[in-house]
Design a protein around this ligand. Structure first.
Ligand code: SF4
Length: 315
């Protein structure tokens, strides 16, 4: 069976999207351009989100001391060993808040990546209160010539959760940023977390129904990793009952329910995250992401279900 996104896979995957758009496989290279975060330095808040430890997300070639070009070169070398035939890449500005500078500085940083041979686009990860009309207008201009996506940390659709994890913005601000970005025709992505304290299975299902009505193009889900040394690790030790409990099997079962409700037009970038061994208080699953995704797609097949099977648009 061919699904609405034009392939026989049961989810609308990022790799298929890239193949359709660029005619072949495209890989993302993460770049650390030395940005900081307004939720850490007092501009928006202190201490950062309680779950955050940026070391958990970074590959070894990301070093803000290294020029962007060198990071891209090393990243390409690393990815070409793993995926031999790949020759097109997206620069992914991932660490911290990648719109947290004045426009001129941002232009200089993004240009270094855009002009690098083999780079066909950029993805800019940021916080919803850290974009404005001027920055978005510039990103729209860029997006007319190159693939540009702005990826927002949405994390939860509950204000009480955002407050509890010290996100420093509310849901209304996230929605504003997503709408302003999408309105300009810039591809817009969102990152959601499953398992923030105080949230239940019902909250996750309610969130996907609401989110499916937002003007997003891409979505990424991560299970909560309780990274050692973070305020969240302390909260987890003190109040384990506040945390939704899951192992890989129950998480994938929940993801099936989420994906069934998800807007079929959304491209799914990830259904789970990976963290370096030993960093999380929770037991690792011992599998690389590719294997987790394969297990998930097998589960969809066993249940004979697919992305958006239960999606009902309220528009
Ligand atoms: S906004 Fe991002 S970088 Fe800043 S504290 Fe939160 S998770 Fe960390």
């Amino acid at each position: 069976m061919t699904y609405p996104w034009g392939t026989e896979r049961r989810i609308n995957t990022y790799s298929d999207y890239f193949r359709k758009r660029f005619g072949k496989r495209v890989q993302k290279i993460t770049v650390d351009a030395g940005f900081t975060c307004p939720n850490r330095d007092g501009t928006c808040g202190y201490g950062g989100c309680t779950f955050c430890d940026n070391r958990a997300f970074k590959p070894s070639y990301n070093n803000p001391e290294m020029p962007i070009e060198k990071q891209l070169l090393e990243g390409m070398g690393f990815l070409k060993k793993r995926y031999r035939r790949v020759d097109q890449f997206i620069a992914y500005f991932q660490a911290y808040t990648n719109t947290y500078a004045d426009l001129e500085t941002l232009q200089g940083i993004y240009r270094q990546a855009i002009h690098f041979p083999g780079i066909v686009g950029i993805v800019v990860g940021t916080r919803p209160e850290c974009v404005d009309q001027e920055k978005l207008d510039y990103l729209r201009e860029l997006s007319q010539n190159i693939y540009v996506m702005v990826e927002y940390g949405i994390e939860s659709l509950q204000d009480r959760t955002l407050l509890r994890v010290n996100r420093g913005h509310d849901v209304a601000r996230t929605r504003w940023a997503v709408e302003e970005t999408a309105r300009r025709g810039i591809r817009t992505g969102g990152h959601m977390m499953i398992g923030l304290p105080g949230e239940t299975r019902e909250d996750f299902l309610d969130a996907v129904k609401k989110l499916s009505e937002w003007p997003l193009n891409n979505i990424k889900y991560h299970q909560l990793q309780v990274i050692r040394g973070t305020p969240m690790a302390r909260e987890y030790r003190e109040q384990p009952e506040a945390f939704f409990d899951f192992n890989m099997e129950s998480y994938l079962q929940l993801m099936v329910e989420i994906v069934e409700l998800l807007n079929p037009a959304f491209v799914i970038e990830r259904i789970a995250g990976e963290v370096a061994p030993g960093m999380s208080l929770r037991e690792g699953w011992g599998l690389r992401y590719d294997a987790v995704l394969r297990a998930f797609e097998k589960l969809l097949e066993e249940k004979d279900t697919w992305q958006g099977r239960k999606y009902q648009s309220s528009r």
